[in-house]
Design a protein around this ligand. Sequence first.
Ligand code: NDP
Ligand code: 2IT
Length: 453
Amino acid sequence: MNKGKDKIMDLVKKRDPNETEFIQAIEEMLPSISKVLDNHPEFSEKSILERMIEPERIITFRVAWVDDKGEVQVNRGFRVQMNSAIGPYKGGLRFHPTVNLSILKFLAFEQIFKNALTNLPLGAGKGGADFDPKGRSDDEIMRFCYAFMQELFRHIGDFTDVPAGDIGVGSREIGYLFGMYKKLKNKFSGIITGKGEDWGGSVIRPEATGYGLIYFASYMLKAKDDTLKGKKCLVSGAGNVAQFAIEKIIDMGGIPISLSDSSGYIVDREGIDTEKLDFIKKLKNEKQGRIKDYAEKYPGSEYHETKDGQKFNPLWKVEADCVFPCATQNEINEKDAENLVSNNVTLLAEGANMPCGTKAISIIQDSRILYAPGKSTNSGGVAVSGLEMSQNRRGVYWDREEVDKHLKDIMKNIHDVCLKTAEEYGNPGNYLEGANIFSFLKVAKAMKDQGVV
Ligand code: NDP
Ligand code: 2IT
């Protein structure tokens, strides 16, 4: 059984020894699917896993643009077209100085399984650039997005590859990217999702990842006859996913008590209410402010700076019932996981992609904490992107209620399928195993059906 698993790990480590995040994502996936490989020798015969870990295509390109001082800046752009077995490549674009191939390949790999869980016809991709939007003017952001799309446009299309947002890419950037695509191709088509409501966007795409995460968490609690009501919730990040997770926690009667950015975190034990959330949205979406400003505005809260090189993240020592990491990969390490366990946390649902390290996941799964991985819990964003694609193709408009209903149904279905699959494979309650096995089987069968391509 483990021979196949070890062979794959050796292959990845030999081929891409420096791609630590990509290796981590595969390491997290493989134990769940060893059992499946035993029962399906045809997948090994057809080298399905070997093919799954190799992107179908990687495009890297120069992005040259002129900043406000008239100086030429050069960034590196990427698109990883990972897997098109069940639909066109689909996944976000990340603009962050840390972006590299390892990070984009891990994100694209996770996207294969996340997208399969939605039951929509979505393949997997991810892209972005090592561009840092922080401190850049609106004009600079526009020029960068235009320069990025001047190359990317040749590689995408509504039935080929449909990008969306991720860290550093929100509604504003999607607008500029779409505008340049339309100009270059002289064609108004759904080549990107997260568009504005008046020009082809799905009404609740901005909310979808955060809302979907909290719907999923509420289904996890419901399966244990529990609810979010009155539960203290730790949320990290302060961007798109964190903001709308907090909005839905409030809506469902939970009490969000924290937020963070790359400089530090705030704890507000009185709870972040709707008025405070509006302050955060303005601060982060309009003013490029820092989370520190929250503590200045609301003196009842505390601000702590996050120090580089710390062995643990002090945010995860704060007592709470539910935990929603919504910032970035590897924000919860082994030590953080131990702190969550000793604080008797009830639930951890991932808003970010791969926010927990591999050892942290083991510690959490060995405890009584209810745990579900990002590929299941944060899939609301790409699911509504999938709905946006079908609305664009059919030229129809769905209102907020209708999209929200679809989102809830999709999250419920993913929740149920993860539990059911985990049970079938002898590991009841293990959402990670359920998510990995169900989605792997779906994509593996499609790849097998399509032959060796
Ligand atoms: P945003 O850019 O809107 O917000 C990201 C937040 O995380 C910011 O507060 C940012 O702080 C913080 N952050 C980013 N990088 C780091 C870092 N290295 N260290 C500490 N803090 C950091 O991104 P999103 O909210 O869209 O994305 C958050 C996570 O959710 C990511 O993992 C993304 O892949 C995942 N995700 C997003 C989806 C979407 O639809 N947008 C869908 C599914 C998953 P600062 O401003 O200081 O950098
Ligand atoms: O990680 C993700 O799922 C996203 N960034 C959203 C992808 C999408 O195509 O909507």
